[in-house]
Design a protein around this ligand. Structure first.
Ligand SMILES: *Cc1c(COP(=O)(O)O)cnc(C)c1O
Length: 373
């Protein structure tokens, strides 16, 4: 790979239409090259406060504890789970794809038992199934579910499940890594107690920074633990001392990553969340319409397809890898293959953040039309 004398890689830019990372607006790079501040510099603390205000807006919450975490979306998933669960706890996990399965795996790693409520790939979990699981396991501590299943392109309805979980006085944990910043996810209104996301998908920032919000119900469950969480780095009790308590050193804040996500959140604010949600919907609809026009078939429950991640079946006789190779080499477009049972059978096309542009949709559709003949 060619490199400049300054060590900068000189590859051609890509049109990133996979399930993340997405393209970054130049403002994000500019923000990342701002001067470095010490983690206790008053200007940095003010910037953290501003980031919390912006996070509350995108999560649509009043939660005081709305912060970033170092690491990608998986860091936030692990933090959300391991701060709550103690050995012997039960967590009901709704599984409608790959990331729900990961949630269950993490519950298990931390010594708790996942009660799996599974549906077929491409379907959504019915509220009745969660209700039945809560009846069968009245001692469950939490219900965890993925909103945007990036593996299937399906969006899980949350409203009814949120009500059910609150009625039973359990915690409700929702993964919005794929969808936050591109979908209307009103954390407080949906009765979600813990919600997390990641920089590089619809939020429009880089990979390597994630975000999480917890309400007082969740915080009091964590406070009432009989033992410390089996994590030090992701111990939210310690991390909140830095974000809310001021001044307690926990880890060196990753300055440029926080600059980046803050700038991405500022851009969401400027565009307006409703307009941004509408943009993702419009681009997703345009893509689905165009793919059908090319004679391709979309995967999964038509009622609940995500706008920001479209899963499309590969036509018979078409070579998955060869098409993606040509897209990348000749058009510099990245799309990604299917997961699990959809491996080799489907493509996953993301339209997230700055990548969610009508021009990108037209370009991809034209490229696919040429390649598929
Ligand atoms: C991408 C994704 C994750 C993991 O995020 P990383 O940033 O890749 O660690 C978790 N959940 C969902 C739904 C995702 O789409």
């Amino acid at each position: 790979m060619p490199e400049s004398q300054f060590g900068q890689l000189r590859h051609q830019p890509r049109v990133l239409l996979g399930p993340g990372p997405s393209n970054l607006h130049p403002r994000i790079f500019q923000a990342m090259s701002s001067p470095i501040l010490g983690y206790l510099d008053p200007d940095f603390l003010a910037l953290m406060d501003d980031t919390m205000v912006l996070l509350r807006r995108v999560f649509q919450t009043e939660n005081e504890l709305s912060i970033t975490l170092p690491g990608t979306g998986m860091a936030a998933m692990e933090a959300a789970i391991c701060n709550v669960v103690e050995p012997g706890d039960k967590v009901i996990v709704g599984i409608h794809g790959f990331f729900g399965q990961r949630m269950a795996d993490i519950v298990e790693r931390h010594g708790a038992t996942p009660i799996k409520v599974e549906v077929n790939f491409g379907e959504v979990i019915e509220a009745d199934q969660i209700s039945d699981a809560l009846d069968a396991y009245p001692d469950a501590k939490m219900v965890g579910i993925v909103h945007g299943e990036t593996s299937s392109g399906i969006g899980q309805p949350l409203e009814e499940i949120g009500r059910l979980v609150r009625e039973r006085d359990k915690l409700f944990l929702v993964d919005t890594v794929c969808s936050l910043g591109g979908a209307d996810i009103a954390v407080d209104q949906l009765l979600v107690d813990i919600c997390y996301s990641s920089g590089q998908k619809c939020i429009g920032g880089p990979a390597g920074i994630s975000c999480i919000t917890l309400n007082d119900r969740a915080r009091s469950v964590i406070d009432a633990r009989s033992q410390s969480p089996d994590t030090w780095y992701f111990d939210l009790g310690l991390i909140q001392e830095y974000w809310l308590g001021r001044g307690a050193y926990h880890h060196t804040a990753p300055g440029p990553m926080i600059y980046a996500i803050r700038e991405a959140l500022r851009m969401i604010d400027e565009e307006g969340l409703p307009a941004r949600v509408e943009r993702h919907q419009r681009c997703g609809d345009l893509l689905k319409f165009g793919l059908r026009d090319l004679g391709l078939q979309l995967f999964g429950d038509p009622e609940n397809r995500l706008p920001m991640l479209t899963c499309v079946m590969i036509p018979d006789g078409v070579d998955d890898v060869a098409v993606r190779k040509r897209l990348l080499k000749e058009y510099r477009i990245e799309i990604v293959g299917g997961f699990g049972q959809l491996k080799g059978k489907a493509w996953r096309i993301g339209l997230m953040g700055y990548s969610a542009q009508e021009a990108n949709v037209h370009y991809l559709l034209a490229a696919l039309a040429e390649i598929l003949g």
